[in-house]
Design a binder for this molecule. Structure first.
Ligand code: SF4
Ligand code: ZN
Ligand code: ZN
Length: 333
């Protein structure tokens, strides 16, 4: 965990002796801006190596929400790309149609992609499904985050399969992953718990390999990184965001334990990554008969959803539109 420090306090950078701007509590370090950015990038590199996350990965898709976590990840990957052998880093954003929140999120993603000269795929939910997220919520009466999760999982996977990238990286960090893992353990949701690992393996042509590159990175570090690197991120929260009481209680408990024993969260995450309960189950995945995307029983969640709202499954049409859009962008192979 880190915090920006008042530069009137006479702290010096441990690496170069210049005035420090960040205190990294768990490592008992004070660092200047340059050395803090370098420090975070080194920590990401170490966890990439620890879990062999980028072995065989040359092209990667990064899911970008416009918030500090995914945008910091995007900038970090660009900074370390030569060290890890990444040839192409492609951004991906879904415009959910959530009013000014979506407008600002899209702007933040576009700014980052322009600054980093990175190809960026931006897809509008309204264009693809004919409805924005609030309109879908009204039509289906389903909880917004469950609908949103279904749509994001489907589109991230679809875009990565159509692009033929080697992996997808999501912006989940240590302070996201552990409270979910504790909650999953408490309610014994072992299926979800098995997803709290640094790598979720893929199936060629059907499911992309998912990576949590920020698996060992604290949220505070990403916040300080984004501020010090001058990344323009969306500040507002999604209008549908809510506090999950069990996840919040788990987060508080983990924060207290971290306060007492700095580094506690990292050691829990390392055990979780190697726990037999979180290893891939090898459950069968069946391609959806309408769109070819993964399903449990032959019809994927999006084809079920669109049958309900359009009277027919339109996963195949969505896939065709995405394919056309991607080929028009001429993204390097
Ligand atoms: Fe989607 Fe908003 Fe829920 Fe996040 S808070 S999952 S963006 S609806
Ligand atoms: Zn320094
Ligand atoms: Zn389908």
């Amino acid at each position: 965990m880190s915090e920006l420090i008042d530069n009137r306090i006479n702290s010096r950078c441990r690496r170069c002796g210049r005035p420090a701007v960040v205190r990294v509590k768990y490592a008992k370090l004070t660092l200047c801006r340059e050395h803090f950015l370098e420090y975070v990038e080194e920590r990401v590199l170490k966890s990439i190596k620890r879990y062999s996350m980028l072995n065989g990965v040359r092209r990667i898709l990064v899911a970008l929400s416009g918030g500090k976590d995914s945008l910091s990840l995007f900038y970090i990957l660009h900074s370390i790309r030569d060290k890890v052998g990444l040839e192409h880093i492609i951004g991906f954003h879904i415009d959910l149609g959530l009013g000014s929140f979506s407008i600002d999120s899209k702007k933040a993603v576009e700014t980052a992609c322009n600054e980093l000269r990175s190809p960026c795929i931006i897809i509008s939910l309204k264009d693809l499904l004919g409805y924005t997220l609030p309109e879908l919520v009204e039509k289906t009466h389903r909880p917004p985050c469950s609908l949103c999760g279904l749509i994001k999982r489907y589109l991230v996977n679809l875009v990565s399969v159509e692009l033929g990238v080697d992996a997808v990286s999501l912006g989940h960090h240590l302070d996201d992953i552990l409270p979910y893992a504790v909650k999953d353990f408490l309610i014994q949701d072992t299926v979800d718990l098995a997803k709290m690992t640094p790598i979720i393996p893929g199936y060629p042509g059907l499911v992309s390999r998912k990576l949590k590159i920020l698996y060992e990175i604290y949220e505070d570090d990403l916040e300080s990184y984004a501020k010090l690197r001058g990344i323009k991120t969306v500040e507002a929260h999604c209008p549908f965001s809510y506090v999950d009481p069990l996840k919040e209680a788990s987060r508080k408990m983990l924060d207290e334990l971290e306060e007492k024993a700095p580094g506690f969260k990292i050691s829990v995450a390392r055990r979780l990554a190697n726990n037999p309960i979180t290893q891939p189950s090898g459950n069968e995945i069946i391609p959806c008969r309408y769109c070819g995307m993964p399903s449990k029983n032959g019809v994927c969640g999006i084809c079920k959803l669109t049958t309900r709202i359009h009277g027919r499954p339109i996963g195949g049409e969505i896939r065709y539109k995405v394919r056309e859009y991607i080929s028009s962008m001429k993204i390097p192979h």
